[in-house]
Design a protein around this ligand. Sequence first.
Ligand SMILES: O=C(O)C1=C[C@@H](OP(=O)(O)O)[C@@H](O)[C@H](O)C1
Ligand SMILES: C=C(OP(=O)(O)O)C(=O)O
Length: 434
Amino acid sequence: MTDRIVTSSDIKPFEVTLPGSKYLANRYIVLAAISHGTTQLTNVPANDDIKAALQAISILGADIQWIDESSVNIKSIENFELSSDLIIDCHDSGTLARFITALTGLFYSSSGHSITITGSAQMRSRPMNESVVSLQNLGVKVSSDNGYLPIKLSGPIAGGSCELDASRSSQFLSGLLIACLRAEKDTLIHLNSELVSESYVELTLRAIELFGGEIKRINCREFFIPGQQSLTAQEIQVAGDVVSSSYFMAAALFAKTSCTIKHYHFDSPQGESKFPQVLEKMGAKVYLKHDDLTVEYDKPLQGVEVDMGNMPDAVPTLAAIACFAEGETRITNIGHLAFKESNRIVDLCEQLRKLGADCDYDQSSITIRGSKDLNAGKVSSCHDHRLAMSLALMGIRLPGLVIEHSEAVAKSFPDYWQYVERIGMVIEPNLISN
Ligand SMILES: O=C(O)C1=C[C@@H](OP(=O)(O)O)[C@@H](O)[C@H](O)C1
Ligand SMILES: C=C(OP(=O)(O)O)C(=O)O
C-alpha cells in the first residue's frame, strides 16, 4: 500500500498534453487483432489496462512489437483454431474482460481445448453474466462462476440472434459488436433493457468503421452485424484521453487559475468530451482555440443538476469539484456506477464525508451541498484509480490530505503523480502511516 500526502501546491496557469485515450486504445487493440495485416498505433497509453489488453491478444496469437514507449505494431491473429488450452488474465480491466470474452468466442477446437478468462479479485466481483448469456445464445459453449469470472469458453460464434441486457454496462454490447464482425453468420443483437453509457457504443461503432467494418443500427434496441467481415489493419495516432483531462480542469479550478489542454478531443463521441460544458454551467470560462481547450476560473462555482449517464468516468471529478461549489449539485442517472472498480456511488460519498462533505446518495444519484467547512483528512482510493485521482486534487484546497492506496492510478494513468507535481502540487509519500 502506498499512501501519499498533498502537502502544498502553487499552481499557475498551465498547459498539459495528456497521454493517449485508454478507451480508444482498448478498441483499436481488439480490432487490430482481428483485422488483416499489421496495425500501427502511436500515442498509446502504456497503463496497466492497456498492457493487459496487449498481453491478452498476444496469448491469442497476435504479434506485438513495441517500437518505442508509446508506439506499438500489432500483427493480427491468423489462426482461430485452438491447439492448447489458454488462460487470459484481465487484471482490473472491465473493458478488457467484456471485450475479450466476446472475442474469444471466435476460437474453436475439434479436440476439446478451451479458453479461460480470469482477472483480479476486484474484477472477479464485477458482473459478467450478460456476456455469458449472449454468447450462449450465439452458439458458444460458456461456463462461469455464477455470472462472474473466471469464464471458460470455446466457440465459434455461429451468429443468429441474441438478447442482451445492457443496463449495468455498455461494454457487453461493445464487445459483442466487435466479435460478431467475424461470426460465421449474420447477427442480430436485441437489447432487452435500457442501454447505459450509450456514448461508448458510439465510440465503438466509430472505431469499427475505421477498420472497415459495417454495422447497422436498426433502431434504438437492435443492431445488425453482417458476419465474416474482412477488416483492414490501420495506422492510427490515438487521440488524447478526455477523462484524464478532467483532473487538470479540476486542478485549475481548485487553484483559481486556468489550464489549457493541448489537442483536446472535443468531437469525440465519448460523453466525457463534453465535461467542460458542465464546468461552464457551474461558472467556469471555457474556450476552444483550434484544438486546444482552456478552462479558466472566473468566479465562485455554483452547484449544478446534471445527468451524467453518458459521462460515468467523470463523476468522481465532478463530485470533488461540487464539494467546493456554492449550493447543491445533483448528479443523476448513474446507477451503473455501482459496478465499477469501486461502488462509485457509495464508496465515493463515504470518502468525501471523511473530509466533512455534506453529501447523500440513492441508487442512481448523488447530491452534494458545497461547504466551506471541509477539512484535510485521510481518504482511501478504495483501489479505484478515479477516486485516487479526484480525491487527491481536493488537497489543493485542503493541504495535508492523505490518499491511501494511491498506487491505484496505474490502471489508467501511471504517471499521474508526476503530471500533477509538474503543474505545482507537492505530493510526498506519507511516511507517518507507512
Ligand atoms: O467501453 C468503454 O471503454 C467503457 C465504458 C464505460 O463503462 P460502462 O458501460 O460499464 O458504464 C466506462 O465507464 C468504462 O470506463 C469504459
Ligand atoms: C470503469 C473503468 O474502466 P473499466 O470498466 O474498463 O475497468 C474506468 O476506467 O473508469
